[in-house]
Design a protein around this ligand. Structure first.
Ligand code: CA
Length: 713
């Protein structure tokens, strides 16, 4: 483990950064004193912070989740002088997706494995660290790495959701646990990766799991006690039992067959937004489960309320309206992406709107009060729909995209990673542009055989991953790699077209931050942190990060100085599953750090050597029968974490390079007996025989030899 590094920056008195209104609030609360907080976070403080940039009090900075900072010290003229103020190495080597909070000169961030850390924002000194001790075997139920996207603050507490389904309240001053509540059923397939939001004294948290077995819900908990205040199911359960909510009766009419047996999906794993103006709480819901619609709902109904935005009353959790973006979803088109609220002028009329750029590749603008569809258009290449009905916003689905009906391969763009997923976007009211981190990656959708059965462990998507694995054919690979790119799209939500686009080589880049300094910040998969002019997209600044950056930057002031911070650390689903396509960009390795910059910062990152094992496999040993079995087992139980076609995607070991593949005994000790369970690699003896596990070794060794023959080292 590396030490927490400090910069040489002089310790500034952060008292100087306090603005008068904050001081008044603190005096009123009597909170000033040693070890006491200067600000009590509540709705008034969050709303008031919109016009001040000193603190970053909630995940999307303000309730409207615009991720726009009014700070201007770092601006288009000064950004060329931006340098590292300090950095902190993290003690977790998995994807870092968190946006830190800044409160009174202290940075609070969650890290992989749902840990939370507090740092002095000027010196980088770690003040406290909290580890919820998530059992590492939870990882096998997590689709997309042991990530966590952030903490919430309210009063003098912080809240974090843990990968294994708990909601934990911490004392903001000490990091000590105040209360802890289990939010998901014991032993279930739910995981929490999203940031909680706090609205009217209630902590709102959802969860993921719709690639396993999960019935989506979101719930609210009392900030003081952790007691559940309300719970909203997004999809109906067994219709022979009473519906928990009246709107589920209507939803059940859009499903057929035994849809509830795998939960149905519709999980609320990221986007949750509260609008104090409309008084509504909005959240996005995920894909239907399994992905293969024929296996979930043979009648191919709309499957409410999957792939939708739902508005509820935040006090009661009562349904107000919904808008379904992807009816009969079969492409893993979660609608969980960030929901942003803004006032915009459309056809001469000022309207309060909800803006959304979900995985399906289409930008949506809805009326924030009523959910009425205003307008929508693809913000990237889209092959599953020819467009939206201009009145209802319902998509026309291309017949070939119904791969479960046709039984044929459908190359979908966007694919299952989504054109834009959880990566935060930002909106500048100054430019009127939304800055969307876009992934341009196709996915080969092919349904599994009709007699497909759910897996006892592992992914339940109902897809044929064997036939669609990346072949060892150089021309096919080169074509797929070339077609897999990313972009920073500055989207004009009123004109519904890109004002400018920055094309990236690689697909999986960081979230964005917009500032009044006419800047947009974004980290990249190639291991850089960059700043662009918000109005034109001109690149103004870049710094090396040594690892792919996927999280969103944030900014704040401490001691009168503006800082820009970002969590660095390659990972998430793109750091696990896509195999060779993930490696494009060149920084597909995890070096987990919190990076903090300021104008005039002189810090330097120490070089971390890249210890990559050579591609030196034993000779092929498997019979054709063994190989056929090996690829089946690999796709069922290994591919989601160790990468398509056994090519590691940068976070978990690349099995082709693993020394374990040379020794059947070591292989069994790990894969069968669980010798690396402490790292999250469980033993698979419950679902595979030693012979099946040995067949996987045969497949991995064969893949390694194929790639070695193609010149890979
Ligand atoms: Ca999903």
């Amino acid at each position: 483990m590396r030490e927490y590094a400090k910069s040489g920056a002089t310790r500034a008195l952060w008292v100087g950064g306090l603005v008068a209104s904050t001081a008044i609030a603190l005096l009123a609360s009597g909170a000033i004193g040693a070890g006491k907080h200067r600000i009590t976070v509540d709705e008034a403080a969050i709303v008031a912070s919109a016009d001040k940039g000193d603190n970053w009090l909630t995940y999307g900075r303000t309730y409207d989740e615009q991720r726009f900072s009014p700070l201007t010290q770092v601006n288009a003229d000064t950004v060329s002088e931006l340098g590292l103020a300090w950095y902190a190495d993290l003690d977790t080597a998995r994807g870092q997706e968190s946006t830190p909070l800044a409160i009174d000169g202290i940075l609070y961030t969650s890290t992989a494995w749902s840990m939370v850390k507090a740092f002095d924002a000027t010196t980088g000194k770690m003040l406290w660290s909290y580890d919820p001790k998530v059992p590492r075997e939870t990882l096998v139920k997590a689709c997309c790495d042991a990530v966590n996207r952030g903490v919430a603050a309210w009063g003098n507490k912080l809240f974090v959701g843990t990968l294994d389904g708990r909601l934990v309240a911490l004392d903001r001053g000490t990091g000590h646990v105040v209360w802890e509540t289990r939010t998901t059923p014991e032993g279930s397939d739910y995981t929490i990766t999203g940031a909680p939001r706090v609205v009217k004294g209630k902590v709102i948290i959802g969860n993921g799991g719709a690639e396993f077995s999960a019935r989506g819900f979101v719930a609210a908990y009392d900030v003081d006690t952790g007691k559940q205040a309300w719970k909203f199911y997004t999809v109906p359960g067994d219709p022979s039992k009473p519906f928990e909510q009246p709107e589920l009766e209507r939803a059940a009419k859009t499903w057929s067959g035994k849809f509830w047996t795998l939960g149905g999906g519709g999980t609320v794993w990221d986007g949750i937004t509260y609008d104090p103006v409309t008084g509504l709480l909005y959240f996005g819901t995920g894909n239907g489960e399994p992905w293969n619609d024929e296996q979930r709902d043979p009648a191919n109904g709309d499957n409410l309320y999957t792939a939708s935005i739902v508005a509820v009353n935040p006090e009661t959790g009562k349904y107000v309206w919904h808008f379904q973006e992807t009816p009969e979803d079969r492409w893993d088109f979660d609608s969980d992406a960030q929901i942003t609220i803004a006032d915009v002028t459309i056809e001469g009329q000022k309207r309060r709107v909800l803006m959304h750029a979900p995985k399906n590749g289409v930008f949506y603008m809805l009326d924030a009060k009523t959910g009425a569809f205003i307008q929508g258009k693809p913000y990237t290449t889209v092959t599953w729909t020819t467009g939206l009905d201009p009145k209802t916003g319902k998509p026309q689905i291309v017949p070939e995209a119904r791969y479960d009906k046709t039984g044929k391969l459908f190359i979908g763009m966007p694919g299952a990673a989504g054109a834009h997923s959880w990566h935060p976007m930002s909106y500048s009211p100054k430019t009127g542009l939304l800055y969307i981190p876009v992934t341009q990656a196709a996915f080969p959708y092919l349904a599994a055989d009709k007699d497909w059965q759910p897996e006892p462990l592992g992914f339940n998507t109902g897809m044929d991953g064997v036939k669609t694995a990346m072949p060892a054919i150089p021309a096919v690979r080169a074509g797929a790699i070339k077609a897999t790119t990313g972009a920073l799209v500055a989207w004009d939500p009123v004109k519904q077209k890109a004002a400018w686009t920055v094309q990236h080589d690689a697909a999986w880049n960081g979230g964005t931050l917009a500032t009044a300094g006419n800047l947009v910040f974004q980290g990249t998969a190639k291991g850089t942190f960059e700043a662009y002019r918000a109005d034109t997209g001109k690149k103004l600044w870049s710094a090396p990060t040594q690892t792919g950056v996927i999280a969103a930057p944030m900014t704040f002031t401490a001691g009168g100085t503006q800082y820009v911070a970002v969590m660095a650390g390659w990972g998430g689903v793109w750091g696990l599953a896509p195999g060779i396509l993930s490696l494009k960009g060149g920084a597909a390795r995890n070096v987990s750090r919190l990076l903090v910059y300021k104008v005039g910062g002189k810090g330097k990152l120490p070089n971390v050597p890249w210890a990559k094992l050579p591609l030196d496999p034993p000779a092929n040993f498997a019979s054709p029968e063994q190989l056929a079995q090996g690829v089946q087992q690999y796709v069922r139980f290994c591919a989601a974490c160790h990468g398509d076609a056994a090519v590691g995607s940068g976070v978990n070991p690349d099995l082709r390079h693993s020394m374990a593949n040379a020794d059947p005994k070591v292989w069994q000790a790990i894969v069968h007996d669980g010798g690396l369970a402490a790292n999250g690699m469980i033993g698979w003896s419950k679902v595979m025989t030693p012979a099946q596990i040995e067949s996987i070794r045969g497949y991995v060794v064969s893949r390694a030899n194929e790639d070695k023959a193609l010149g890979e080292k």
